[in-house]
Design a protein around this ligand. Structure first.
Ligand code: BGC
Length: 769
């Protein structure tokens, strides 16, 4: 037996032993398991040669569902490297059969048989599609958000996957940015709590549970602040904006134990995030002491060359590793350069070992060393995906995500016995667009359309007329192919359908006008300069309005749109986003009053695109805006305020806020004040209200925002019922990243605001001594 063979056998026995030893302990928690994982990781690391270590830091895409430039490496080359055990993870291999095949390449051919992790962008469901993340965030319902992530995880795990690239926790304030649909919107606090709910949903309490998968907080950091909303663009923010606005959701994710982070394409103040040592090494792995691993974004290591920040790919690999990027997604920079860079002393073995340890640790936590095919169970794949139970929760999520913006003369809800309804618009009978962008394995044309939802709801005597009116679909998008070539072109010629729409509107008691944006108008690379109604939609709306004023706008969108013009004339406006598989049923639940809408905007709706970026929590200026002095910090041709502010949303009932009280008006920096308020349902039907707490720090060592969300409670109130909502005002609520470069509470006066949206004026003043 030659030396190599001997070594191989010894290694195999060692790994086998490590794995079996783990079996008795795998359900234990706490330090002992962490210590034991650490020990196992160290033992495996000791067996690895340099090439194998670098291999663990490589992630390949299988080649479809590409989100970036197509791979320059052939499938054969990728397979060969997998066989040699030189790939740590792959993305876009989905289904038990394919995952098994890929895993076998490693397990049956490589020296050390270190299983790969399988990743996929499961952003809002795998096959059961939930509302797009921005929509779901409008529910302000942490329970349903966690449930939907848990189902997405269960379906993914049943398809062989064990890692999703979600949640996106980029604070995003520019409606032009296409990826605004993928996150929680403009507020750091809301991004934090919803991000954490999603992480808990994906990861559960135990990553080794076969129904959970690893989550990924992305994109670290600043990606949502791309200049003028242009995707992938430069981010120009100062240190305080970074710490007070952008980082808090990431810190919350790290504290919640998110398994991985993804860095981002953009530069911040001249340094590409992928090569940002302060962000990744000093803050994330240093100050926050986070133990997971950082994956690059697609090709973002190589793209540092295009940024003009790295001379070539090798230089890019050097910068990325030194900055703390542990895994290289599709740049092929680590595999081609790290060995050489180490020889030249430009990177350290210590950093390579650290990256590999972090990656191996997740593999142990997932239980892949116990059983590399653990997630490859055909029975689960057959039974756990797209089930009735999952669809029921998708419907619940859909209805809870809807936001009622306008309801003049109580045009909604509509009686199920109404004589006639006209359903008009390009999205009225559309079974695909509700799936939104990033719909993973959602089947083309599989959503419940609005027409189907309405028909299922009304009685036999109700006539339901349908006319599309106009064509809006984006011609360049084909099923299964998420890529398209710009610029978008919409039909502005063919107006024939408008007359037909007018004819049905004329003979109907009410019109549901289903317009807005196509699924592929938002998402990655879908930034737009216009956020109004594309194509012939305005003409359609006007033509219908001329014959029937009883219109409810049912707005499909993945971003805040400019709806000012229709807002002036239409009596009813419902924001129905891209709501997923059960869209039509969820909307019908609200239209006909089976569910009383409770959604609140997670992002401001502007009066026009010129206001973007628009967000409520802006800092004050030396010449604060004042409605009678429009030149101050505003515009001369538009009001400064949002058309509908952050946190806004109506219900079919109404709520009043009374007896706002604090148990004391002064306290120390470490003290607590309890704020309470009586919230009453003053209407005649049951409903839910999101009670929102905002603060304003009146004088700070840095200029402070005019308002900041610091807490909320979603409460159910029966007709006539009053409940007391209480909030604890403490260090967590009052602190910020100050001029001293640390999080601290400063003494002085604060306003505490309570209300049903961010424009509330109901407040109490407190003093921190
Ligand atoms: C996106 C990431 C995504 C990755 C993998 C990139 O283009 O920015 O969010 O996870 O592709 O698909």
């Amino acid at each position: 037996m030659n030396k190599l063979n001997k070594l191989f056998i010894i290694n195999f026995i060692l790994i086998f032993c490590l794995v079996s030893c783990d079996k008795n302990q795998k359900n234990l928690r706490g330090t002992s398991i962490n210590n034991s994982i650490e020990q196992k990781v160290d033992s495996v690391l000791n067996l690895m040669n340099l090439e194998e270590k670098i291999g663990q830091m490589v992630q390949y895409s299988a080649g479809w569902d590409l989100t970036g430039p197509a791979s320059s490496k052939s499938a054969k080359e990728k397979v060969d490297r997998m066989k040699k055990g030189l790939v740590g993870s792959v993305l876009n291999v989905v289904s038990v059969k394919e995952v098994r095949e890929a895993q076998k390449l490693v397990m049956e051919n490589s020296r050390l048989k270190i299983p790969m992790i399988f990743a996929y962008d499961v952003i809002h469901g795998l096959k059961t599609i939930f509302p797009v993340p921005l929509a779901e965030s409008a529910s302000w319902d942490l329970d349903i958000i966690k449930k939907s992530a848990a189902i997405a995880a269960k379906e993914s795990a049943a398809s062989g996957l064990n890692w999703t690239f979600a949640p996106m926790v980029d604070v995003s304030r520019d409606a032009r940015w296409g990826r605004i649909m993928e996150g929680v919107g403009e507020d750091p606090y809301l991004n934090s709590v919803i991000g954490v709910a999603r992480i808990h949903g994906f990861q559960g309490d135990d990553l080794s549970d076969v129904n959970t998968i690893a989550a990924c907080a992305k994109h670290f950091a600043g990606y949502g602040f791309a200049e003028s909303g242009r995707d992938y663009n430069t981010v120009n923010i100062g240190e305080y904006e970074l710490h007070n606005v952008i980082l808090p959701p990431f810190k919350a994710a790290a504290e919640a134990g998110v398994a991985t982070f993804m860095n981002s394409f953009n530069d911040i103040d001249g340094i590409p995030a992928t090569g940002h040592e302060i962000l990744q090494r000093d803050i994330l792995k240093g100050d926050w002491n986070w133990k997971g691993f950082v994956v690059s974004d697609w090709g973002s290591i190589g793209e540092m060359k295009s940024h003009g920040y790295a001379k070539d790919k090798k230089h890019a690999a050097e910068i990325a590793l030194n900055a703390g990027s542990d895994m290289d997604m599709e740049s092929y920079a680590y595999e081609s350069s790290l060995e050489k860079l180490l020889e030249e002393g430009k990177v350290s073995l210590e950093d390579i070992n650290d990256a590999v340890k972090r990656i191996l640790s997740l593999k142990f936590q997932l239980g892949l060393f116990d059983d590399p095919y653990k997630y490859c169970d055909e029975e689960k794949e057959k039974n756990d995906i797209y089930t009735k139970e999952h669809l029921a929760i998708a419907r619940d999520a859909a209805k809870k995500s809807i936001v009622l913006l306008k309801n003049e003369n109580n045009i909604l809800p509509v009686s199920k016995n109404i004589k006639s309804i006209a359903l008009i618009g390009p999205f009225a009978d559309n079974k695909d667009q509700p799936l939104g962008n990033w719909r993973a394995k959602g089947t083309y044309n599989s959503a419940v359309s609005l027409l189907e939802g309405v028909k299922a709801k009304v009685g036999a005597n109700t006539k339901v007329y349908y006319e599309k009116g106009i064509e809006l679909t984006i011609p360049t998008v084909k099923p299964g192919n998420n890529q398209f070539l710009h610029p978008l072109e919409f039909n502005t010629e063919n107006k024939e359908g408008i007359a037909k729409a007018v004819a049905v509107a004329k003979k109907s008691e009410i019109v549901f006008l289903a317009v807005g944006e196509d699924a592929y108008q938002t998402g990655e690379g879908r930034s737009q300069t216009k956020i109004g109604f594309a194509g012939l939609q305005n003409e359609l709306i006007e033509a219908v309005y001329n014959v029937n004023k009883n219109i409810v706008l049912v707005l499909s969108t993945g971003r805040p749109m400019d709806i000012s013009r229709v807002n002036n004339i239409l009596p009813g406006i419902l924001i129905t986003w891209h709501l997923g598989s059960e869209s039509g049923n969820g909307i019908a639940d609200v239209l006909f009053g089976d569910y009383n809408p409770s959604g609140k905007l997670p992002v401001s709706f502007p009066r026009n695109v010129g206001q973007e970026p628009l967000f409520y929590n802006q800092k004050n200026t030396g010449r604060p805006y004042n409605p009678t002095h429009v030149t101050y910090s505003g515009y001369t041709d538009s009001k400064k305020s949002a058309l509908y502010p952050f946190g806004f949303g109506l219900s079919y009932t109404a709520f009043s806020y009374d007896n706002l009280n604090v148990d004391r008006v002064e306290t120390s920096k470490d003290g607590e004040i309890i704020l309470s308020v009586d919230v009453k349902n003053t209407g005649t039907i049951n409903g839910e209200e999101v009670v929102q707490l905002y603060i304003r720090d009146l004088v700070g060592s840095l200029v402070r925002p005019v308002k900041e969300l610091k807490g909320f409670q979603k409460i159910s109130l029966q007709a006539g019922e009053t409940k007391k909502a209480s909030f604890t005002i403490d260090k967590e609520v009052l602190q910020f990243y100050t001029i001293n470069k640390k999080w601290e509470v400063e003494s002085g006066d604060f306003y505490l605001f309570i209300g049903g949206d961010s424009s509330t004026k109901l407040k109490k003043k407190i003093t921190i001594l």
